[in-house]
Ligand binder design. Structure first.
Ligand code: SAM
Length: 279
């Protein structure tokens, strides 16, 4: 099967070739006999094999139907294995967790297709599923960005959005030579641990995410200018300037602020929008 199979760039098919890497990923993801694992993109199953050796159950979601016969031949006899041939972004994950993982802790483990890393991570977090952890291999630059802190180079909207839902632990780096075909960049494994109780609780999540998007939309612009543009139809620039300067320097930039600080600004903006609407 492997012989007749041509890897598809469009699906981000850079398969792991070194056995020691999936062993390490399976070890750090915490899969054990009490755990159900959702694996996104099993590919040829190099990581799946390691997950099946540790977990109570593995549900593998693979978009490429050409891989289905191969995966079924390899793992079809294993009662812990279930394959779903679908785009992960179109799956009802709540339903999968409810029907497949009763009584088990649920985790996600994957060597992610890099072309949709961010949508996948945000879908996993926004769904409000009770994942104990999400351990994924991503491009090293993305791992650095997700683990970065306010004011540092990589800190951006995706960092703030992910750190609203979860904390990020860097695990280990994986060189490009461990994949076929060899990608242009190195990779890294991270664990994203969703908060059971989020430490930051904005009054209005929608306004909070509007603030996050606006704050990072144009780097080097002051926060006052970025927010004035985004909220132009609802608040005057003077109001935005008052809100920002009541909490920070008037020239502060979005990328200098933590999630808690962005939420505090969002709360005040939300309060002012409410006032102006009710006037
Ligand atoms: N786990 C394998 C490994 O480590 O060798 C393959 C990883 S490869 C980087 C990404 C896998 O995700 C491929 O098998 C690809 O077909 C699959 N994939 C790509 N887009 C997907 C999607 N939207 N939903 C589910 N699987 C997807």
């Amino acid at each position: 099967m492997e012989k007749g199979f041509t890897k598809k760039k469009a699906y981000g098919q850079n398969f792991l070739t070194t056995d020691s890497i999936p062993i390490r990923i399976a070890e750090v993801c915490g899969a054990d006999e009490h755990t159900g694992v959702i694996e996104i993109g099993p590919g040829m199953g190099i990581l799946t094999r390691q997950l099946l050796a540790r977990a109570a159950k593995v549900v593998a979601i693979e978009i490429d139907e050409e891989l289905v016969p191969f995966l079924n031949e390899r793992f079809g006899d294993n009662e812990k294995f279930r394959l779903i041939n679908r785009d992960v972004l179109k799956c009802d994950l709540s339903e999968i967790i409810r029907t497949e993982f009763e009584g088990l802790d649920c985790i996600v483990c994957a060597n992610l297709p890099y072309y949709i890393t961010t949508p996948i991570i945000m879908t996993l977090l926004e769904g409000g599923h009770a994942f104990k952890s999400i351990t994924v291999m991503v491009q090293k630059e993305v791992a650095d960005r997700l683990a970065s802190t306010p004011g540092s180079d990589g800190y951006g909207a995706i960092t703030a959005s992910v750190s609203y839902y979860a904390r990020v632990i860097k695990r280990f780096k994986v060189g490009a030579a461990n994949f076929s075909p060899k990608p242009k960049v190195d990779s890294a494994v991270i664990s994203i641990i969703p908060y059971e109780d989020k430490p930051v609780k904005p009054i209005c999540e929608k306004t909070f995410f509007e603030v996050v998007r606006a704050a990072f939309a144009t780097r080097r612009k002051t926060l006052v200018n970025s927010l004035s543009g985004a909220f132009a139809s609802r608040l005057s620039k003077e109001t935005i300037a008052d809100i920002v300067s009541s909490l920070h320097s008037p020239t502060v930039r979005g990328e200098e602020l933590s999630v808690a600080e962005l939420a505090a600004i969002a709360d005040r903006i939300h309060g002012h929008i409410g006032q102006e609407v009710s006037q």
